[in-house]
Design a protein around this ligand. Sequence first.
Ligand code: UD1
Length: 356
Amino acid sequence: MHILLTGAAGFIGRHVLEQLLAHGHEVRALDSMRPDVHRSGTAWTPPRGVEALVGDVRDRAFVSRAVSGVDAVIHLAAKVGLGVDLDDMPDYASSNDVGTAELLAGMARAGVSRLTLASSMVVYGEGFGRCPAHGSVRPGPRLESALAAGDFEPPCPICALALAVGLVDEETPFDPRNAYATSKAAQEFYAANWARAAGGSAAMMRYHNVYGPGMPRDTPYAGVASIFTSALRRGEAPRVFEDGRQRRDFVHVRDVAAATVRACERHVEGVRAYNVGSGIPRTVGDMALALALALHGPAPVVTGQYRLGDVRHITADSSRLRRELGWAPAVDFADGMTELAALSVEQPARPRVAAG
Ligand code: UD1
């Protein structure tokens, strides 16, 4: 297929590009090279044979050129992370939602009917918990007073009892808790609107916490595994927020790229969401410990600090992706952490494809 890949110079994009080429696709790779993600002056040299376009998906004329003649679009270009403060809100709305709307309008004009969209697990908010008295309930937003007092677990909204954590599936209603999550939820709605109106197909890939070679480092968009490896490289202990028992599903970037390519190749009808996780939730404290061991660094320090927009637990049921698209994660957590640790010592964090 001839595929337009947006965000192709980004962390996940570089791996998707590599796998698309390995599958024999023709790729038009697009990136805006925004300076807050790619240090200004950073050159982007995509592999030979790839048509590279540098520009912004909010630019209508540029989008028209980018979508012309392709069979499918994989849309990864976005502003990621939690954001620094509320002043980031307009940029999330603009970069992610206006950008996606322009892209979808351009696809409709050009008659391109297949979309694979990078969404996120954060659209579910706290997901749901199981109360011993009230069964399955949706926790409310965590109060700052509770966080400051060290009460990190969101309680049952009816009786305030402690909740057991459940795995969220794709039918769980959205409950975005920060600007990034809201922008991802809106992207999905725009894509669904487009799919209905234009007769297109859209696969919404709700990524879990992605880690691996090429992770953004030392930027406001660095994920926790990257922050911990950077600290350990400086000889410092990883600083684990809250009590370290918040759960995430850390999924390797090559597995995420494989899921994305597979959805692009196989999802051809209607709108379908897929959680993309390893299926094995871990605590942030355990992840910090695994990295500290792999890097022979100081033991993690649990700080009790918190970030207001943070969700306590994000743990997905990713079985639909296995069932319907035949995907399975290939990278074991311990191997992935060891690889990350080795890379962070030996080389700047860029995957092979970037060397080109
Ligand atoms: C991450 C992604 C987000 C994605 C989501 C999907 C990043 C920056 N964010 O959000 O794009 O949509 O997964 O599930 O990759 N923490 C520490 N110490 C630190 C920094 C963070 O303990 O120094 C903790 C946080 O409080 C949080 C956890 O680590 O509990 C994960 O944080 P982070 O890596 O920023 O990711 P998410 O907010 O889960």
